[in-house]
Design a binder for this molecule. Structure first.
Ligand code: SF4
Length: 625
């Protein structure tokens, strides 16, 4: 990173960065503002980087995710809220209730922009409120207020009532539904109807802290070092995106276009990952959505791509359901993975997940697991509360979503996520696809070794957003060496988290091939610190070492860096990759290469120099030596 003479001083003058972190101690019932220095800003950039460092600094031996001491950091990035495309992203970062290790989850919409406009680069929430509460942030005023009237309410209802009660439609609200209150381990935090911090159980953290919501009003300007330059860069970026030949298609279908793509490639999750090809994909794809259900678009802050699809079910059992979404992951996990070919039912499932406050991916995964278990005779009718489960039975599946949120009967077991289900029904372990306690996202990992490696080595578990190398791998086929494939995974694991540190969406880069070098220019114009993309990637690599150190501290070891067991021993039954599965020796070899290219030892431990550089050496030495 190139620093001019006055660069450090510029950070202190808060160009780009606001320089303030708001700490809220719910147990003590107070708050304070911390001013951070240039070194912190330059090293951790913002968003996920800030969150990881703060979570690490607050780790204590034996800490449990739902302990009051487990902090949750809510951090927009240094570019969040600026005049730039798709710059409304915010990271939620705690130790996860789902996995028990480091986690972050990303929310779009406007929440992070409002937090920045209130004057903060991050919120750090610790402790547990004595009474059921919500947090009200009105620029410099911070209050912990009674939330008893919102107890048990669904997400959109809570947001609407809070806005009415605070007499301001313009405030931004992040809230949990009933599932978060009931500590469902994959409960999410919802904002603006359908923007979610969805994965890894952020809603359960809110619930454990006895808070229903955060409401924010921010009225301040965001400081930019060179506004003329930023506007010039931004205008150019908007034009590039708007002129892209795929832009119109993207705005129409958004991520729903991936259904056909994944089915054609033979990587779509089907009936609990038993198959990777869904015979009825053309009944749940983007074309079905746009021609029969879509009534409007929605977008996060400043995003020309507007990938949100507002849909209405016009007839049938779910008539009147209006929801934003689903996108590919939700449609696949609540569709093909549970055998549903009825798009109305997928919309209803998506709606229920948003309202109840549960993650669509884990919900679909857990329900698919017990249907599979029941169909294989591993579970009895009594085990599943007398519900005669079968693939595609949408009414039972809707019922199960409600049972998860209320922790009723079998729903209480599913609410524990993969580890909870395995504890209660160990016989299901071979058919649960998870890594480190997080269920696998909606891409089969038996086809491409890079996807298996990406899931296995992701710092938050088997989540596609950390790295999605499979398309590239299938494109280049056998032409690449193993080293090149490993490098591809590492590059994804480096650049994708960088977007979370900057507070921008990764989709312009992924879907429209937007030049990633532009983000270094954006950063330089915003902060006055001249950087290249490589400088920023170096910071992202360092944060990945930091999150690795946290995970080692929490007990992760080499044996946890493997894809789901069935990836090795359960061949794909249908589709273009029939009979394929992953070779264990090949994967072992790849993992060795991966560790070596990361500069880690054979057990996946970063070097002392890497740990010192990311600020984690003290933690590592005191706890692991
Ligand atoms: Fe939000 Fe979609 Fe735009 Fe990304 S592409 S910022 S998810 S609307």
């Amino acid at each position: 990173m190139l620093m001019g003479n006055d660069d450090a001083a510029m950070i202190k003058m808060k160009w780009g960065h606001l320089g303030k972190i708001l700490h809220i101690d719910l147990s003590a019932g107070n708050s304070r503002v911390e001013e951070y220095d240039a070194d912190f800003a330059l090293k951790y950039i913002g968003g996920r980087g800030f969150g990881a460092k703060i979570v690490m600094d607050n780790l204590k031996k034996g800490i449990k995710p739902l302990d009051p001491e487990n902090v949750i950091v809510i951090a927009p990035g240094v570019l969040s809220g600026l005049y730039l495309p798709s710059s409304g992203k915010t990271a939620f970062v705690p130790i996860s209730p789902l996995t028990g290790i480091y986690a972050d989850s990303n929310m779009g919409g406007m929440l992070g922009v409002e937090i920045r406009q209130a004057g903060y680069d991050a919120l750090v929430i610790c402790g547990r409120a004595k009474e059921f509460s919500y947090i009200w942030i009105d620029d410099d005023i911070v209050e912990i207020r009674d939330a008893s009237k919102y107890r048990g309410k669904k997400s959109t209802e809570t947001e609407r009532e809070l806005k009415e009660d605070l007499r301001d439609e313009g405030i931004k609200v992040a809230t949990i539904g009933p599932a978060g209150e009931n500590l469902v381990k994959f409960a999410c935090v919802n904002s603006e109807w359908s923007r979610n911090a969805g994965r890894t159980g952020m809603g359960a953290i809110f619930g454990s802290k006895n808070i229903k919501a955060i409401a924010v009003r921010g009225t301040k300007d965001l400081p930019v070092y060179d506004m003329n330059k930023l506007v010039e860069l931004s205008d150019k970026a908007y034009k590039t995106l708007q002129d892209h030949p795929m832009m119109k298609f993207w705005q129409e279908e958004g991520l729903m276009s991936v259904i056909d793509y994944a089915n054609k490639l033979g990587i779509i999750p089907t009936r609990n990952f038993s198959d990777a090809h869904f015979e009825d994909a053309d009944m749940i794809n983007g074309e079905v959505m746009t021609s029969r259900y879509k009534i409007g678009d929605s977008a996060c802050y400043s995003c020309p791509m507007a990938c949100g699809n507002i849909c209405l079910v016009k007839s049938g059992a779910y008539a009147g359901t209006v929801t934003e979404g689903p996108e590919y992951e939700s449609a696949a996990m609540l569709g093909s993975n549970v055998g549903i070919n009825n798009f109305s039912a997928i919309l209803r499932g998506n709606y229920l997940c948003d309202e109840l406050g549960i993650d669509t991916i884990t919900s679909g995964s857990m329900i698919a697991t017990i249907i599979d278990g029941y169909e294989r005779g591993l579970l009895t009718l009594e085990d599943v509360d007398g519900i005669a489960l079968s693939w595609g039975d949408d009414s039972s599946i809707m019922h199960l979503l409600e049972k998860i949120a209320s922790r009723d009967g079998i729903g209480d077991v599913l609410a524990g996520g993969p580890y909870g289900v395995i504890r209660k029904f160990p016989q299901l372990e071979p058919i649960i696809s998870h890594v480190k306690g997080m269920d696998q996202s909606a891409y089969d990992a038996r086809v491409g070794v890079t996807m298996a490696l990406a899931y296995a080595t992701s710092d938050i578990g088997a989540h596609h957003a950390r790295a999605w190398p499979i398309a590239k791998e299938l494109e280049v086929g056998a032409d690449w060496t193993l080293e090149e494939k490993v490098d591809l995974v590492i590059y994804h694991q480096t650049i994708r988290p960088l977007f979370d540190m900057l507070g921008v969406c990764r989709l312009p880069w992924i879907e429209l091939g937007f030049d990633e070098n532009a983000y270094a220019e954006f950063y330089s114009a915003a902060t006055g610190v001249r950087v290249t993309l490589d400088d920023l990637l170096e910071k992202s690599r360092s944060v990945f070492n930091l999150t690795r150190a946290i995970n080692l501290y929490m007990g992760v070891e080499r044996a946890d860096d493997y894809p789901p067991e069935r990836t090795f021993n359960d061949p794909i039954k249908t589709g273009p990759h029939v009979g394929e599965h992953l070779d264990r020796d090949l994967f072992d070899h790849m993992l060795n290469i991966y560790y070596e290219r990361r500069g880690w030892d054979e057990n996946g431990r970063p070097s002392d120099e890497q740990l010192r550089e990311c600020g984690a050496l003290g933690l590592f030495k005191s706890q692991l030596d």
